[in-house]
Design a protein. Structure first.
Lengths: 460, 135
């Protein structure tokens, strides 16, 4: 039986990063992956969706073409080609990760892992058995189901199937107006689909600051994406050529007919089928319990990523993976502050945020002041013809310490890393106002918001 | 990475200083990159190649090759029209690393002037060129 210092179960952004660090620290390392290296993120999530969204962005630019001087007789768009390019992007990256594993001397096993004992793993279906001193569980998560509604992979689908489609549905109901739901809504809408999004909570992108939600909803409406908030799906019935979705909003009932339903209401940890109960690894509502060093209830077993349910983002999984590997080596590890990790939505409009929303800050007892600066006055945004949206800073009144930065507008996902640095360093608005931002950039609006917060608004 | 002495220098082709090789096949030529080039690049992840019918001058960029380490441009060793492109490289870019002179071929070209072949480097001259650039 092969022996390893570290076995990582799952080769996604958590697993493969943990494995590389473990190998760098001198551990004999193996990764067990049951599908494709890169995991959900690379193969069926983050990466292919960004490729499709780029296509959607180009369609948007071309259709606004008149003021730019472009005109078309009949602009033809081929979603099949967009899909093909997205799969090509994925394949380039999975190959790259394969080489990373090889060049770091990490053994890769294909199959699903199961604990036979606390240090013994069996791989299905090959039946191969491995032994490890330390194990890192990085098994990710799967789509949450609407109770009573089965995914049939055809009319009722999840994000995974949505990324396999070579044609956009003529009409669709998307259940869940979170980042995933709104990203698919954006792509399908640009390719001509009639999209209705149904969201239980009072706002689209419900976890964002309320001011951001309101602006985003305005833009969704302009793009003719129908978003129903405060609405619940009562039943989904399959018909000959599609589905009928019964929706209740307050005391209003309606039935929406569409070709397909995409269910995007969140994720559930992949913690069953591992045999965790047999070895004493505890879970809470399916999420594997971990401490600040990613250690589970069993000393030599660690867990990272979506399987822990802390914050289901790829960069979180990677950060956790690095900590787990360093912890195994007995090194000092930083404590992850899950609040000050940036969250991005790549729909149209883009949304990005880090830290606390205004309401969260108030609920936590802070005396809160906020300031906003719009993109409308920004030269770069005007030049790009995309000057909607704004940056909002949430700050503690007395010290003006930055508690949260929230943005909605063009390319804001690329702007959030700067403010993330500031909240990590516990900076205040004055620090941000003193940080010279280049002109002309969209990022200047972040600095302008800081000016406004310190009472010295410049361009507004 | 391989030592110069470990590299393969095919003898019946000529080389450009940009590390492409050229094999004459009747009135067309076949082009790829040398063993030295693939070794320097590392594992190839993706190749972007032109379409049949495209025309390029000598020295013009006709495509790019993406490896784990870097993105490199591919230069026409001789000017001409693209006749065929190795479609297999889309699925199997690793052919460039494993068999740079065989399955890793990239394009076939109808050259503007076959006489340009003679101004390319013989395998000995190419080897010497590499030795000199390493000093």
């Amino acid at each position: 039986m092969e022996q390893f210092d570290v076995i990582v179960i799952g080769g996604g952004p958590g697993g493969y990063v943990a494995a590389i660090r473990a190998s760098q620290l001198g551990f004999k390392t193996a990764v067990i992956e049951k599908e494709s290296l890169g995991g959900t993120c690379l193969n069926w999530g983050c990466v292919p969706t960004k490729s499709l969204l780029r296509n959607a962005e180009v369609i948007h630019l071309l259709s606004e073409g008149r003021s730019f001087g472009f005109s078309f007789e009949n602009l033809s768009v081929d979603y099949g080609a967009a899909h093909k390019r997205s799969r090509q992007v994925v394949s380039r990256q999975t190959k790259r990760i394969g080489f990373l594993m090889k060049n770091n001397n990490i053994a890769v096993y294909e199959g699903a892992a199961r604990f036979e004992g606390p240090k013994k793993i069996t791989i299905d279906p090959s039946g191969e058995k491995l032994q490890a001193e330390n194990i890192i569980i990085a098994t990710g998560a799967k789509s949450r189901q609407i109770p009573g509604v089965d995914f049939d992979g055809e009319k009722i689908i999840t994000f995974r199937k949505a990324l396999e489609l070579t044609e956009v549905p003529s009409s669709a109901v998307i259940v869940g107006a979170g980042p995933i739901g709104m990203e698919f809504a954006t792509v399908w809408n640009r390719y001509g689909s009639r999209v209705t999004v149904v969201e239980l909570l009072p706002h689209a992108l419900p976890l964002e600051d309320e001011d951001i939600c309101i602006e985003a909803e305005k833009q969704f409406k302009r793009a003719k994406i129908n978003v129903k908030t405060g609405a619940m799906v009562e039943a989904i019935t399959k018909t000959a050529d599609g589905v009928e979705v019964a929706v209740t909003a307050g005391d209003k009932h309606e039935t929406i007919s569409a070709e397909k339903v995409l269910v995007a209401i969140g994720f559930v940890a992949n913690s069953e089928d591992l045999g965790l109960e047999n070895i004493g690894v505890t879970t809470t509502r399916g999420n594997i319990d971990i401490d600040d060093r990613m250690k589970t209830s069993v000393d030599h077993i660690y867990a990272i990523g979506d399987a822990t349910g802390k914050l289901g983002l790829a960069h979180v999984a990677s950060a956790q993976g690095l900590i787990a590997a360093e912890a195994i080596a007995g090194n000092e590890t930083p404590i992850l502050d899950y609040v000050n990790i940036p969250r991005c939505t790549y729909a149209f409009p883009e949304v990005a945020s880090v830290g606390l929303t205004e309401k969260q800050a108030e609920d936590q007892g802070f005396e809160v002041i906020t300031a906003q600066s719009p993109f409308v006055a920004n030269g770069k945004a005007l030049a790009m013809n995309e000057n909607f949206g704004f940056v909002k800073i949430v700050s503690e009144a007395e010290t003006q310490k930055i508690l949260g930065v929230h943005m909605v507008g063009a390319h804001v996902t690329e702007l959030i890393a700067g403010p993330t640095g500031m909240v990590t360093l516990e900076s205040n608005a004055e620090d941000l106002a003193r940080t010279i931002h280049p002109h002309p950039t969209l990022s200047e609006v972040v600095m302008e918001a800081a000016f406004t917060l310190t009472g010295k608004t410049l361009h507004g | 990475m391989k030592e110069l002495s470990e590299l393969i220098f095919l003898e019946d082709v000529r080389y450009s200083k940009e590390h492409e090789w050229v094999l004459v096949e009747g009135d067309t030529i076949k082009v790829g990159i040398s063993d030295y080039a693939q070794d320097q690049l590392g594992d190839v992840v993706f190749v972007e190649l032109p379409q049949a019918g495209d025309s390029f001058e000598a020295g013009e960029v006709f495509g790019t090759v993406e490896s784990v380490k870097t993105l490199s441009e591919l230069y026409m060793p001789m000017g001409g029209e693209i006749i065929a492109v190795n479609e297999a490289l889309e699925e199997s870019p690793e052919f460039i690393n494993d068999k740079p002179y065989e399955d890793g071929w990239m394009i076939t070209v109808k050259p503007d002037d076959m006489a340009d072949y003679d101004s390319l480097l013989s395998h000995e001259d190419y080897k010497r060129f590499l030795e000199e650039s390493q000093e």
